[in-house]
Structure formats: C-alpha cells, structure tokens
Design a protein around this ligand. Structure first.
Ligand code: ADP
Length: 341
C-alpha cells in the first residue's frame, strides 16, 4: 500500500477571538494527501474558523498548522497569494460575479493567474466539461439554477489546479438530485488526485459515502470516524501524527516546546553539525551565493525549511533587506514553477 502522507496538520490549535469567544479549542487532526473527508457539526461549532485559519485569513492563538510542510501561520505575507493558489475554496456565500457569464467568471480567475489566451480557453472548456456545464457557458449566474451555480463555483475554484479543495456547504438549499450531482463531481475531482474536504450539515450526503467524518462541537473535535454522520468515535487527543516535521530543525518534532523559532543558539548548534551533513536540495542552487551560504551554514538545506523561516529567523541568520527581497522572489518563482508542474 502506498504510504500515507499528511497534507494538512492541525496540532493543538486554539483560536480565541476574545477572552470569552473561544472558537477552536485544542483542535488536532491531520488530512492525508488524496483523502476525501467531511467536516460536520452544528452552527457555531468552529468549522468556518478552521477554514479561515487554513487560508491564513486568521491566525491561531496557539498551536501549529501545516500545509504540505509549510508552517501556515508563519508564512511571509508576500508569499500568501502563492500559498492560497494551492487551495481551492468554494465559500458558502461566495457567488459568481453577476455581471459576467459563467465562462467569463472562470476565464477571469485564469486571467488573474496570468495565463495565456490559449490556455485560458482550453482550461475554461475543460473545467466546464468537468462540472457538466459546457452548454451553460454563456449564461449569466442569475440564469442558472442553484445547483448549476454551485457547480460553476467549484469549476472556478479549480482554475488554479489546487492540491486541496474545500467546499463550505456545497449542497446547502439544494434538492437531492442536484446535491447528488455535486457529490459526484467532488468525487471525480478527488479520484483525479485532489484532496477534498466538504463542510456540511447534510446528513444524507455524508451517509451515502463511506468517507471520513470529522465532527466538531463547541470548538472541539469530538469525533473522527469513517462512514456515517452520526457515528461517534473519540479522536486522538494528542499529536495526530508522530512523523518528524522539519520546521526548522529536523530533530525537533511538532509540538515540541523547544521549537520556538530559530534562536541564535540553534544556529550555533547547527553550525557545529555542519560537517555531518552537507546534502541540500538542488533547487537551492539558483539562489544567490551569499544567501545560500548563510542558509546552509545554519543547516537550512531544503526549500521547505526556507518557506518556514520567520522574519525573526531571517534577522538571526543575518540576512539583509536586499537579500530578503531576493529570497522572497526566489521562493515566489519556485512556488510558481511547482504549481505549473
Ligand atoms: P461554524 O462555521 O461551525 O458555524 P464559526 O467558526 O463561524 O462556526 O464560529 C465559531 C464561534 O466563533 C461562534 O461562536 C462565532 O460566534 C464565533 N466567531 C466567528 N467569527 C468570529 C469573529 N470574527 N469575531 C468574533 N467571534 C467570531
């Protein structure tokens, strides 16, 4: 069997909007690459907050959030747009642009990504076919049924070819037939390799599938099981995954209290280990020599590790402002290339 790799990890995440409003409390779970899961729970349970933390619209009060080894809360602002392009989000209330046709809505999303005309046309046609709306391309959103609008929104969320698709209540207010079509489409997107999470109240939809169901109540994950909406199985309360997360130092595990940033001491310690390990990610070769040297001296030997450096880390590494810009451009370009692959 193929080894399961975590795409998303929430480790003991707490989000307080204020002293009294605790939207998430000690939430831990992980989602594997290629998985299809449901996130269920009553209104006010914290589902939307969880989504907003993942897309870095909000920061956690405590705990760790990782997306494909990227430490989400620490991601530099400049890299946020690139990061978000790896996620496809179908928001609950986000409607298609009313003044544009369905086709134009999708084309617009592709234009923003800087795609060329030919690719825009081909991808738009492909996405419309995927959601079975080829013949609705020239209609305006108001001319589409609720289910068709939802499918259109899914197609638009897929424009950037995301690794992870999350849909918030995609079948809310839809009849069973339309809900089934949506589910069918989400399933085929998942079979094609995209990790999918559906936030829903739709008991019938969840029960039709034999998928993982993460249930939240009052800011906590109270059950994590497979199969039915109502099955209750106690989630793991500690760190879900014991695998090593290379945030800054490969020897520090997620949740380790010592992992509080790349302190001067860490750098010194890593320097003494320098001789033991010289291997580094070949993608780093095109980095400016002086920056590369500073990073490698501190045992920062992969792009994943670079992506997780905070401003404070960069200060400690003595990376100057001009070098910082250079590094951010390099990372931007790297993520761009990675996305095109
Ligand atoms: P759900 O999506 O499961 O309905 P939410 O994540 O929207 O739950 O809300 C969880 C809790 O956090 C609720 O009590 C809600 O009132 C509160 N909350 C959500 N957003 C904010 C905010 N921006 N400021 C203050 N409280 C908020």
């Amino acid at each position: 069997m193929e080894q399961e790799t975590a795409m998303i990890i929430f480790d003991k995440v707490t989000k307080k909007y204020s002293e009294k409003i605790v939207a998430l409390e000690d939430v831990s779970f992980s989602l594997n690459k290629g998985e299809f899961s449901f996130l269920v729970g009553p209104s006010g349970a914290g589902k939307t907050t969880l989504l907003r933390l993942l897309i870095r619209e909000e920061l956690p009060t405590s705990g760790a959030i990782l997306f494909d080894k990227i430490d989400v809360p620490k991601l530099p602002n400049k890299l946020l747009p690139k990061y978000r392009q790896r996620l496809g989000v179908v928001f609950q209330n986000l409607r298609l642009l009313e003044s544009k046709t369905l086709g134009e809505n999708i084309q617009f999303a592709l234009e923003i990504l800087g795609k060329q005309e030919k690719e825009i046309k081909e991808t738009t046609d492909y996405l419309l076919e995927l959601v079975k709306l080829q013949d609705r391309k020239d209609l305006f959103p108001a001319q589409l049924s609720g289910g068709e609008q939802q499918r259109g929104a899914i197609a638009r969320a897929l424009a950037n070819n995301p690794d992870f698709l999350v849909a918030d209540e995609p079948t809310g207010n839809l009849d069973p037939e339309s809900s089934f079509q949506i589910l069918d489409i989400l399933n085929s997107i998942n079979r094609a390799g995209t990790t999918v999470m559906v936030i829903t109240h739709d008991r019938e939809m969840v029960n039709k599938m034999n998928n993982r169901v993460i249930r939240m109540e009052e800011g906590k994950v109270i059950s994590d099981s497979k199969g039915s909406y109502d099955a209750i199985k106690k989630p793991k309360s500690k760190v879900v995954i014991e695998r090593e997360i290379t945030i800054l130092d490969p020897n520090i595990k997620i949740g380790d209290e010592a992992n509080e940033g790349l302190t001067k001491k860490n750098i010194k310690d890593s320097k003494s280990k320098k001789e033991e390990k010289k291997e580094y990610d070949k993608d780093m070769d095109s980095l400016d020599e002086s920056i590369k040297k500073k990073l490698l001296d501190a045992q920062i030997t992969s792009i994943d590790l670079i992506l997780n450096l905070t401003d404070e880390d960069l200060d400690n590494l003595n990376i100057k402002d001009t070098e910082r810009e250079n590094l951010e451009d390099f990372l931007s370009e790297y993520l761009n290339k990675k996305q095109k692959k």
